[in-house]
Design a protein. Structure first.
Length: 201
C-alpha cells in the first residue's frame, strides 16, 4: 500500500506520512527488539539515575514500546508520570501512576492515567521522554500535529532533562520547523543516546 501523494511544499505532512509508511513495514520482532534496546539506553542515562520523577509516554502504533522502561521506573522506586491529553489541541498535563493496570483509554485510544491520578507540575520532572512521528539528528521533531509537547516543554524546570525518543528508521534528513516547534538537545534511538547536532544560525 502506497502513501497518498502530497505536494512537495507540504513537507511536514509528506515526511510524516513517509515515515509512518516505512515504520509500518518493520517486522514485529524487529520493533520489539529495538524497543527494548531503546528502553535500556534510556535507563542507563545518568539523568535517569538521578531523577526522582520521570515523565514518559505509553508507546502506541509505530512508536517504541516503552513498557519495559515504565516498569523500570516503578521498580527503581521513582515516581512515574504519563501524559493526560485533552480533546483540545495543546491541552496536556502529566499525572503520577503507581502501575500500568490503572491506565484508561485516552481521547486517541492511547492508555493514560485516569481522573483519580494526581497531576504533577512540569517543574517537578527530572527527566521527560518525548515521542514523535519523525525526527532529525538536530533534535527537531514532527509530532502528531496537536501541539501538546510544544506547549508543555517550555514549562519544564531548567534542571529537567528532555529526551527525544524514536527509532533510527524514523530519522529523516531534516524536519521542517514552525515558530512554536521546540528543538531538543538529546536524541535517543535503539542505538543509544546522543547529543543533537548543532544548528547553524
Amino acid at each position: 500500500m502506497c502513501c497518498p501523494k502530497r505536494s512537495p511544499h507540504d513537507a511536514r505532512g509528506r515526511k510524516g506520512r513517509l515515515t509512518t509508511c516505512g515504520a509500518a513495514a518493520v517486522p514485529a520482532d524487529v520493533h520489539a527488539a529495538a524497543s527494548l534496546s531503546l528502553c535500556r539506553a534510556l535507563a542507563a542515562m545518568p539523568q535517569f539515575a538521578t531523577a526522582h520523577t520521570v515523565a514518559a509516554f505509553f508507546g502506541a502504533g509505530a512508536e517504541p514500546d516503552t513498557r519495559p522502561l515504565l516498569h523500570a521506573v516503578l521498580a527503581a522506586g521513582k515516581r512515574l508520570c504519563l501524559p493526560v491529553c485533552g480533546s483540545k489541541e495543546r491541552q496536556m498535563h502529566m499525572a503520577a501512576v503507581t502501575g500500568l493496570e490503572s491506565l484508561v483509554p485516552g481521547p486517541f485510544g492511547i492508555p493514560q492515567p485516569g481522573r483519580e491520578a494526581f497531576p504533577v507540575s512540569p517543574q517537578e520532572l527530572g527527566l521527560c521522554l518525548v515521542p514523535c512521528v519523525a525526527a532529525d539528528t538536530a533534535g527537531r521533531r514532527l509530532g502528531h500535529g496537536k501541539g501538546y509537547y510544544d506547549a508543555f516543554l517550555p514549562l519544564l524546570s531548567p534542571g529537567g532533562t528532555a529526551v527525544l525518543c524514536c527509532f533510527s528508521w524514523q530519522l529523516v534528513p531534516r524536519v521542517p520547523m514552525e515558530g512554536h516547534d521546540i528543538r531538543l538537545s538529546l536524541l535517543a534511538t535503539e542505538h543509544g543516546v546522543q547529543h543533537a547536532k548543532a544548528v547553524q544560525s
